[in-house]
Design a protein around this ligand. Structure first.
Ligand SMILES: O=P(O)(O)OC[C@H]1O[C@@H](O)[C@H](O)[C@@H](O)[C@@H]1O
Ligand SMILES: [Mg+2]
Length: 220
């Protein structure tokens, strides 16, 4: 039984719902390229880095482009995505997320945000959550995407907490796997069918209590 000393939160899908903005921006790009993606396709993109998303999307459309074009397309999508992000405010924080993070900190736990997004800092500022964490590790700091554990191991190092004392909150299957690869326990945010490998699954942080969190101390 390892005591819980830190919470590591994914951002997109756990604290804010930016998934739809990613979807709209990718859809705009694919439409320009002459094909379309569905919401089901978008599910595959959760937790996946920008360039990897682009590769997945181009393979859905059966489109191949040069390496230079790849970067231009990614930049184009990102500029559209940022148009949506610039309009975000604290009303877009998912129910209960800010309150849960605050309660965790008040109970003495350290808090990190670990996101594959290179825009994590901008989003946290937009929703006024840029002072609620002890460490931010994002797509600018870590290259290898989840399920690689780098992002969570780096978060633990920055918090000065051992991996076995960290709990990860994730909405992506690859994120749950990354947490386990890092030797951490996990809480899935979303569907318990999809996130069945997590140690616990809740539909949102709004229904999560500190008692629920500490009940995970019994999982080694
Ligand atoms: O393009 P960005 O903002 O760097 O985001 C990279 C990834 O960030 C993750 O948080 C999202 O779940 C992915 O869908 C996204 O592709
Ligand atoms: Mg996510």
């Amino acid at each position: 039984m390892a005591p819980i000393k830190a919470c590591i939160f994914d951002l997109d899908g756990v604290i804010v719902n930016t998934s739809n903005y990613h979807y709209l921006a990718w859809k705009r790009l694919t439409n320009e390229l002459g094909f379309d993606i569905t919401e089901a396709d978008n599910e595959q993109l959760r937790g996946v880095s920008r360039m990897e998303c682009l590769r997945i999307i181009l393979s859905i459309g059966g489109v191949s482009v040069s390496a230079d074009q790849l970067y231009d397309l990614a930049e184009k999508k990102n500029n559209w995505y940022l148009e949506y992000v610039q309009k975000m405010d604290e009303h877009e924080i998912l129910p209960g997320a800010a309150e849960f993070i605050q309660a965790a900190r008040e109970s003495g736990l350290k808090v990190a945000i670990a996101s594959a997004s290179k825009n994590a800092g901008i989003i946290l500022r937009r929703v006024k959550l840029d002072t609620v964490y002890d460490a931010l590790v994002d797509g600018n700091t870590v290259n290898r995407s989840k399920p690689n554990p780098d992002i969570f191991l780096r978060s633990a190092r920055e918090l000065n907490v051992d991996p076995e004392n960290c709990i990860v909150f994730e909405d992506a299957i690859s994120g749950i796997q990354a947490a386990h690869n890092a030797g951490m326990r996990s809480i899935g945010i979303g569907s318990d069918i999809m996130l069945k490998n997590a140690h616990m699954v809740v539909p949102s942080l709004g229904v999560m209590s500190l008692e629920d969190l500490y009940s995970l101390e019994n999982f080694a």
